[in-house]
Design a protein around this ligand. Sequence first.
Ligand SMILES: Nc1ncnc2c1ncn2[C@@H]1O[C@H](COP(=O)(O)OP(=O)(O)OP(=O)(O)O)[C@@H](O)[C@H]1O
Length: 315
Amino acid sequence: MVVLPAMPLGVDAPTLSAEVIGPNEHSEPDAVVLNSLSYAYAGHRPVLSDLSLKLPRGSRCLLIGANGAGKTTLLQILAGQYMVGKDAVRILNRPAFHDIQLTSSGELSYLGQQWRRDVAFAGYNVPIQGDIAAGKMIFGVEGVDPDRRQKLIDLLEINLEWRLNKVSDGQRRRVQICMGLLKPYQVLLLDEITVDLDVVGRLDLLNFFVEECEVRGATIIYATHIFDGLERWITHLAYVSEGRLQKSAPVGEVAELQSGRKLLRIVEGWLRAELEASRAREAADPAAKAVRPGAALPKQAGPLMHSKHMMFFRG
Ligand SMILES: Nc1ncnc2c1ncn2[C@@H]1O[C@H](COP(=O)(O)OP(=O)(O)OP(=O)(O)O)[C@@H](O)[C@H]1O
């Protein structure tokens, strides 16, 4: 079945002409599955508790939560950087941590905080502060489809002569994004990657992601605090609060999102309600602060530490 693409951001009419595929149109297993995932850092209370989620291929999921809610932690777990049970996190029906091929092949790509300092590509991190030409970095990646590479260079308006130690933050970020997208990933995890881009660059990139999902069936999870232009971009939403997934659903099933209100205002309402509830709880019982998700455990509370979860980190 052919499904018309979502209307690209910033333009008035659909521009994709290729045959496209929407979420749920594939017979393959879900691209991302969480089964009662819980996670605690060493010496801390669980930051994530009992998270379950299913994202079909082709979906674009917005990951929402207040500062410290656990978005980065969740993306890093999905990226296979922390060891969790083989069934707790399945990417393309494979265990995220244990199946090293997922990242080394580029099928699973994570553009996150470490990546904002370096370039993470197919599991390797390359420092990006040196006096290197953008073209040398981009063309240095082997096994890349030349058409895809040129498309990304054009899309991101990259000048191949740029010296990476002498460009602006936004220009450097464009090169990083290009590097991260060169291989045709199946699952892409984005942690606040568009903060430095100007509005046109950001909207063009978001439209490119729509095409990636609808034409290739790629799946994207995007954690951000910038909601401009995302109302028509997202297909699914996941809201993390108090260590749990408070909402996770296709956008069509989230009543507030059908109201026509700006996403910014809707999320503001959720986060303000969360903050007020937390303040009220802690005013009634000051000890509640000590049991917040992710709070440090008292030193003598060794038996509570979930140390078997925390011994392995793949940076
Ligand atoms: N290495 C660590 N050791 C212990 N606690 C950590 C570690 N990294 C993060 N945390 C804690 O885990 C919680 C979740 O952090 P995380 O970075 O995942 O949140 P976030 O939702 O991405 O926040 P933000 O929106 O500010 O980026 C926070 O309380 C944080 O202090």
